[in-house]
Design a protein around this ligand. Sequence first.
Ligand code: UDP
Ligand code: MG
Length: 190
Amino acid sequence: MINIVIFGPPGSGKGTQSKKIIEKYGYTHISTGELLRQEIASGSELGHQVEAIISKGELVSDELIIDILSNELDRLGNVPGIIFDGFPRTLNQASELKNMLSDRGTAISALLFLDVPHEVLIERLLKRKSIDGRADDTMEVIENRLRVYQQQTAPVVEFYRKQGKLRTIDGTGSVDEIFNRIDKVLQELQ
Ligand code: UDP
Ligand code: MG
């Protein structure tokens, strides 16, 4: 089983590239951000709590996200491959993921780090706001999400670098150019 983490700051193209990977490789996509947005859409009490956090650009607790993820892994069972999009977002989540996968007899194969300069991220996120209208794509919330990323999420890269699993991808250029770079790495993993 191939388990890929697609990683990078907000606006780095994780969701877009995940779609391309799925088309070609048939892996299963797990986006914790999407799972949280579904919870909000369901109108549950938990969804209301989650909405308050996301609308500020903060992270939901490790406990909640690990709970959601472990349910999702159980629901999926055995699949050829998984792309983790938007998770792990903290060092604690990274080590919990390691345990969760090892309990299931598997492990992360590689972390694909989409490297994109700050100005390009802002530009893409504001453009996305005008297309998708995601509530957390306002300038103020974007700035906080980028700050939260730098403080809490960026350290996750080191966790995987130490294990020899970090693969840095130039995340600038066209969607297809970036996908070709990713594809080269994925072909090596098959
Ligand atoms: N979020 C979170 N934990 C996660 C995934 C998402 O707390 O594991 C929250 C967080 O507030 C984040 C928002 O959901 O800013 C949107 O996440 P998503 O991954 O969709 O954003 P992206 O990085 O793709 O812009
Ligand atoms: Mg996303």
